[in-house]
Design a protein. Structure first.
Length: 317
């Protein structure tokens, strides 16, 4: 390594939920290894005459979830001088997010290792990328047409609809033919036919949980994090109140991880999270995968340490 430096592009660190935040877990592990940390928001990074720069605020993190960080005044820094840059900005995955990946791609060209690869961040949409693995996923459709979604509902009887650009269970609806809110939900999810959205066949196995499996360089971390929805909710998201538990990987999980992980590794994705319900892959998360803290607390497996083992070995090479 050159100097042992890491920049993190994220939402303002003072706004996170420190008791469960995976980015904070990664920063604590980096600092434990003697790596110097710098904090950026999207407002802090730019391109000047073809080179990537940022207002780099030196960052120190603590082990105290009540008082978890210290920031120093920012300094102008060429991003290519950093060894590592983590892109951990939460969705929405919008045009501003895409523009930020252009800045990171210039930093990559100037010598920084970006986690995850900027091109992959643009190409591997968390919802849409399951279309690359149709034999591993439930029947699905991605469309701007409410009529096509109605046809899909008529075909399957019970479906889930969700936007392509959000996270944490936001704006996810389970629908059946008898739902009197069907028309307005489909109008809303497609913004009146002007925005692509996804519909998937409803999987009743969600009652037993939605498994999050972390991948490091395409290889699965075991155990998985199972997120069991509340009795009054269909969403297996911790942000939506789901209960967290550790669970072993099934043979089908392993099959899915091997297939998807190989493709992600080729695309330069060092850290990802797959979502699996029953025997089906439902999402591929590479923007800011979560679950590190819960897996460590429930099973004692430190995915942050495993990721840095891999990254630092790569930088040595």
């Amino acid at each position: 390594m050159k100097t042992g430096t890491l920049g993190v592009v994220m939402d303002p660190i003072g706004t996170i939920a420190p008791q469960k935040d995976s980015t904070l877990a990664l920063l604590r592990e980096a600092q434990r290894r003697g790596i110097r940390l710098f904090h950026f928001t999207l407002n802090d990074i730019d391109i000047r005459d073809g080179r990537a720069f940022g207002a780099a605020a030196p960052l120190a993190v603590t082990g105290n979830d009540a008082d978890w960080f210290r920031l120093e005044p920012p300094q102008d820094l060429a991003l290519g001088q950093l060894d590592l840059i983590f892109m951990r900005k939460d969705p929405p995955f919008n045009a501003e997010y895409i523009f930020a990946t252009y800045v990171l791609q210039r930093a990559q060209a100037e010598g920084a290792t970006i986690v995850n690869d900027p091109q992959a961040l643009r190409d591997v949409n968390e919802k849409a990328f399951v279309a690359w693995f149709p034999d591993l996923t439930p029947p699905s459709v991605i469309t701007r047409s409410a009529e096509r979604m109605r046809d899909f509902l008529d075909q399957h009887g019970h479906i889930v609809v969700k936007p392509l650009d959000m996270m944490g269970g936001h704006s996810i609806f389970a629908l059946d033919r008898a739902d009197k809110n069907l028309a307005v939900i489909l109008e809303t999810i497609t913004a009146g036919g002007t925005r692509f959205a996804m519909a998937q066949r409803y999987l009743p196995e969600i009652a037993a949980g939605d498994r999050r499996i972390l991948l490091i360089d395409g290889r699965a971390v075991s155990p998985a994090l199972n997120r069991v929805p509340r009795g009054d909710d269909n969403r297996g998201n911790l942000m939506a109140g789901a209960r967290a538990e550790a669970c072993e990987l099934t043979p089908r999980d392993i099959q899915i991880c091997e297939r998807v992980g190989a493709e992600l590794a080729v695309r330069g994705v060092a850290f990802a999270g797959l979502d699996i319900i029953g025997d089906y892959l439902t999402e591929v998360n590479i923007t800011s995968p979560t679950g590190i803290r819960e897996i460590q607390e429930l099973a004692g497996v430190d995915a942050a340490a495993l990721l840095f083992d891999s990254l630092l070995e790569r930088l040595k090479g």
